[in-house]
Design a protein around this ligand. Structure first.
Ligand code: PLP
Length: 363
């Protein structure tokens, strides 16, 4: 065996975030752990991108698209569904811009629970809809937006007949904080800054909780400043009021009245961070740039965090030599329509002969 190789034995095999971080989570030996071996996602250093945006720092992307349902939602869902099962629930329900429904449906299948997902009709990326249907969830598309879907889910939750697995469920936040732990474990320190997109604001809440807990037990040497970004057409936290009709190409963060609004503000202020907004044009620019400079394909919402970083670089807010991490919340293949529409290139169709192909290549 080559010295670079390490055998995958049962002792080293990754068994998901609950097994990895049980002592930090509300689980006991009696908790039935429902896992798809989520977590342990790559932390990718992206020097080409940093150079392209004129920065002089280290940037690492926490590539959450490599979770089992291709978004970070799996981290919260493993815990939320495990705890629902422990409490004897028979059904879980969520409102979703797409990724929560994909994760809920997958983990519910794994647990043998019924799953109901409520989506804004026509505003779900194609890959996410495919997932909910394929995992067999009862899929309801309302003629309304995410905020209206969440209101309905809250009301159904109050009947006590279904377990709500949106991020208003504290188990979701607990599970999601494990991403902050993984970053610190891999870097052997905490970053100076952490960037992420903000929608319903559960994730920024979870990261801040995770970084603080790791700092408290001495596993993180500092507390990062958290920089969260909303899309300009769906920026209630930045604008200071709910948005009745939020609009953005980044459907995962198309939310006008975030459930974790106050805790997002707390995370930003306590960490000396910031919550800002970026336009859809800035999002699409960053979306293409990260794919073309680094081979990292993310869904548009992730690019809001990168667009926010680009703004910070332009405004000279990032000291030279900083260590920065950013969450790439979901996989680019979730939303193939936006990718194909905004790539700016099309396949070139030619006759099936070598000369015709040569002509296109320009050789
Ligand atoms: C859910 C989601 C977000 C937003 O996370 P919140 O916790 O709602 O702020 C961002 N990006 C993607 C891809 C998501 O699925």
């Amino acid at each position: 065996m080559n010295a670079l190789e390490k055998p995958a034995s049962s002792a080293t095999a990754w068994r998901g975030v609950i097994h990895a971080y049980a002592s930090y989570l509300p689980v006991t030996a009696a908790t039935p752990i429902v896992t798809l071996n989520e977590g342990n996602t790559p932390l990718i250093k992206v020097d080409n991108f940093v150079r392209a945006i004129g920065g002089d720092f280290e940037l690492y992307l926490k590539y959450e698209g490599l979770n089992p349902t291709c978004s970070f939602k799996d981290r919260g869902m493993t815990l939320a569904v495990s705890k629902a099962k422990e409490r004897g629930a028979s059904a879980v329900i969520c409102a979703s811009t797409g990724n929560t429904s994909a994760a809920a449906a997958a983990y519910a299948s794994r647990a043998g629970l019924k799953c109901v997902v409520i989506l804004p009709n026509g505003k779900i990326a194609m890959g996410k809809l495919a997932q909910a249907l394929m995992y067999g969830a009862t899929t309801i598309a309302i003629e309304g937006n995410f905020d209206e879907a969440l209101r309905i889910v809250r009301e159904l939750g109050e009947t006590g007949k279904v377990e709500v697995v949106n991020s208003i469920n504290p188990d979701r936040i607990e599970g999601q904080k494990t991403a902050a732990f993984e970053i610190c474990d891999v870097l052997a320190r905490a970053p100076d800054f952490h960037f992420l997109p903000v929608g319903n604001a559960g994730n920024i809440t979870a990261y801040w909780k995770g970084f603080r807990e790791y700092h408290l037990v001495g596993k993180a040497d500092r507390l990062p400043r958290l920089f969260g970004f909303q899309a300009a057409g769906a920026a209630p936290i930045v604008d200071g009021h709910p948005i009745a009709d939020p609009q953005t190409i980044a459907t995962a963060i198309r939310i006008g009245n975030p459930a974790s609004w106050q805790s997002a503000l707390d995370a930003a202020s306590e960490s000396r961070g910031h919550i800002g907004k970026v336009t859809d044009d800035e999002i699409l620019h960053a979306y293409r740039l990260i794919a073309r400079s680094e081979g990292v394909f993310v869904e548009p919402a992730c690019a809001a965090a990168l667009a926010g970083l680009i703004r910070c670089v332009h405004n000279k807010l990032i000291p030279t030599g900083s260590v920065i991490t950013a969450t790439m919340t979901g996989h680019g293949l979730k939303d193939p329509d936006t990718a194909i529409q905004s790539a700016g290139i099309q396949p070139v169709v030619v006759r099936a002969n070598t000369a015709a192909v040569m002509e296109v290549i320009g050789l």
